[in-house]
Write a new protein. Sequence first.
Length: 431
Amino acid sequence: MRMVDLIEKKRDGNILSKEEIIYIIENYVNKSIPDYQMSSLLMAIYFRGMTNDESSALTEAMLNSGETIDLSVIDGIKVDKHSTGGVGDKTTLVLGPLVAAAGAKVAKLSGRGLGHTGGTLDKLESIEGLSIDIEIEDFIAQVNKIGIAVAGQTAKITPADKLLYALRDVTATVPSIPLIASSIMSKKLASGSDVIVLDVKIGEGAFMKTIEEARELSHIMVNIGKSFGKKVVAFITDMSQPLGYAVGNRLEVKEAIETLQGNGPEDLTNLCIEISSYMVYSGGITKTLEEAKKLVKEKLNNNEAYDKQMELISAQGGFIENLDTFINVKEIIEVKSKESGFVKKIHALSIGIAAMKLGAGRETKEDPIDPDVGIVLKKKVGDKVNKGETLALIYNNKEKISHIIDDVFTAFVITTEKVDKKPIIFEIITE
């Protein structure tokens, strides 16, 4: 078998066999296949695509390139959730404790943020003392004890994915739906959960820009998961504006806690209730989805989900003395409207990049994070706004940020006509 022949085969639009895909991944990981040949294959896949069988075979080969986690010693059905990322996406911080409080087992391995999308690990690490570096034995013991643990992925899980993603990043082949699907699902399958709920975001602040792209990605990932005997469902959700109000690590932690206290933004609360209900139902806690939703709302309203979040934070060494003094910045800048009307659009990407420039995100993996800075929206799409009213608050520790203030101001589009609010969930894909 020669790599050049396989490149030519995919270039011409033909289907690679499972054996050929295994050969490619195994030999790329052991450095027998050079980057320049793998780059050519990635570009051929970008243009020619892959069948569902090819995507499943690629996922399996990437999964088998490293270690997998055996969660069989955890009592009950293990549930996990993955988001494709977006601005202000703090759903894990809310639905994780919510699902655990309802009785399901949440064993979650998360990633860090890069660019304008924030990572769950960065948000958790903004809590004083909290550690996401947990040995697998302690991770399992914590899930068995309190129903939830959130940790960082080990370097030994899916090394093929890490190599391929780094190469895709510099060869303009990141936006390939089969490659995205295989990347996500190889990591999720390696993490060992029985149920996987996917939050596929679409819109300006997300990787998928259209409903058609989101559907295609969702169907592929659901089919991959089912081919491995997993229960998988994909939610296609809105990321045309930031999720909730807060963008920034401690700001998002604070908003997540407030949500579990019953004071969260409507869009974030509704999204977490819907996804949590599917996780609880699929985890076998209730016999119907309706019962699951009723149970989730009960755990939200009686503060059990909030208590579970505090238990999670404490179990991983974290401590929040006072939510009112949790965030410390040298200044909070008000961004005010210069006209009256209705908010027609909030450019999520502009808000995300502005937060990154403040220090809330990374342009490169080596960039430090300032946990306190970020942006809090005071208006959302569809809201009425008067001239002089505050559109957003900028939490800042930098000097000379007039350009960032301008970016936040121009992210808001005001119109004189009344604007209808969009639903947060567009579709649910189960097959």
